[in-house]
Write a protein that binds this ligand. Structure first.
Ligand SMILES: Nc1ncnc2c1ncn2[C@@H]1O[C@H](COP(=O)(O)OP(=O)(O)OP(=O)(O)O)[C@@H](O)[C@H]1O
Length: 307
């Protein structure tokens, strides 16, 4: 199946070939078992590239006698998309925290672009890694534009105000997430799905090389789930995301990590990791991959049978 290449356009003074917004992301078919690899050759900030992420024997817990994740090792390259899947409480969010330096590992290390993340300053990390978490700020007395501009904080020098570049990057991100019409709305008045898109826009305004997301499809209806993942799949960033929807993970990711009880029990290509046997055993359900008529599509169906 051929890739759909959006036309080149000028945005923020740069020429980019990118899905110009989430609206055009709607054109991207998200029903294929695997996104065509050429879709990964597009980006939002036009000149950004993803960088590698490596975890080596990683372990963390609130105290040394209580590890919540342990012995986690994996490696992905620049521009790869890793989906972390697993049951509730498996340690997915905890692993993400280690990856963006939200906590310091008790064991092992995380490397980005070959550098131990603990050797980098918080600002250096913030310039390379953007994070979209599940928790939403409740009463946030800022407009959508202000929230997205906050993504530019790591790039601010001293006490200077926002630069033209900051405003351009924020506008660029708003445009890509189809949020320009909401730019002057108070963030607190938005729906859950709209807030989610704003937080993704804020992360993109940060101009990161790695984007880490915790359940980015939470709060989104089916259409917006497909749109946001299709948009993310066009980025040239390295993406690490947790996803509860196995079918979305299979479609979106170049790599899948399966977590159970704080351990990464499988890592690799989605077809290798997401097998009936592995999903059934890990989630305690009866999972069955069903081939769909035409186009070589397949989908998991789930039931509460004995696994
Ligand atoms: N700071 C902490 N102190 C003690 N226990 C914690 C802490 N943080 C998380 N946990 C526990 O560790 C386990 C893993 O939590 P985590 O949020 O990483 O799981 P998850 O796989 O992301 O779950 P979910 O799919 O429900 O979001 C859970 O049982 C959680 O209650």
């Amino acid at each position: 199946m051929g890739a759909i290449l959006p036309p080149e356009k000028s945005c923020g003074g740069k020429t980019c070939r990118t899905s110009s917004s989430i609206v055009s992301a709607r054109l991207l078919k998200f029903t294929t078992p695997r996104l065509p690899s050429t879709w990964g050759g597009l980006d939002v900030s036009c000149d950004t590239r993803g960088i590698s992420v490596r975890a080596v024997d990683l372990g963390w817990g609130p105290k040394p006698s209580q590890f919540l994740v342990r012995d986690v090792s994996f490696s992905i390259g620049g521009g790869d998309r890793l989906a972390i899947v697993g049951p509730n409480g498996a340690g997915k969010t905890t692993l993400l925290r280690c990856l963006y330096r939200g906590v310091a590992p008790l064991e092992g290390r995380v490397e980005i672009d070959g550098h131990d993340i603990t050797d980098l300053t918080p600002r250096q990390v913030a310039r390379r890694v953007a994070v979209v978490l599940q928790e939403m700020p409740a009463d946030f007395p800022f407009t959508v534009r202000d929230v997205v501009l906050m993504g530019r904080v790591p790039w601010r020098e001293g006490l200077t105000g926002w630069t033209d570049q900051d405003r351009d990057e924020a506008r660029h991100a708003l445009e890509h997430l189809d949020l320009l019409s909401l730019a002057n709305r108070q963030f607190s008045t938005l729906s859950g799905g709209e807030k989610q898109r704003v937080l993704v826009a804020r992360a993109l305004a940060q101009n990161p090389e790695i984007l880490i997301l915790d359940e980015p499809t939470n709060h989104l209806d089916i259409r917006h789930q497909l749109e946001i993942l299709a948009l993310l799949a066009t980025l040239r960033l390295t993406i690490v995301t947790t996803l509860h929807d196995i079918n979305l993970a299979a479609d979106f990711a170049t790599h899948v990590a399966l977590m159970q009880s704080g351990r990464m029990i499988a890592f690799g290509h989605p077809d290798e990791v997401l097998t009936d046997h592995a999903i059934s055993g890990t989630f305690g359900v009866l999972a069955e991959r069903q081939r769909m008529a035409g186009a070589g599509l397949s989908r998991f169906s789930f039931s509460l049978g004995s696994s």
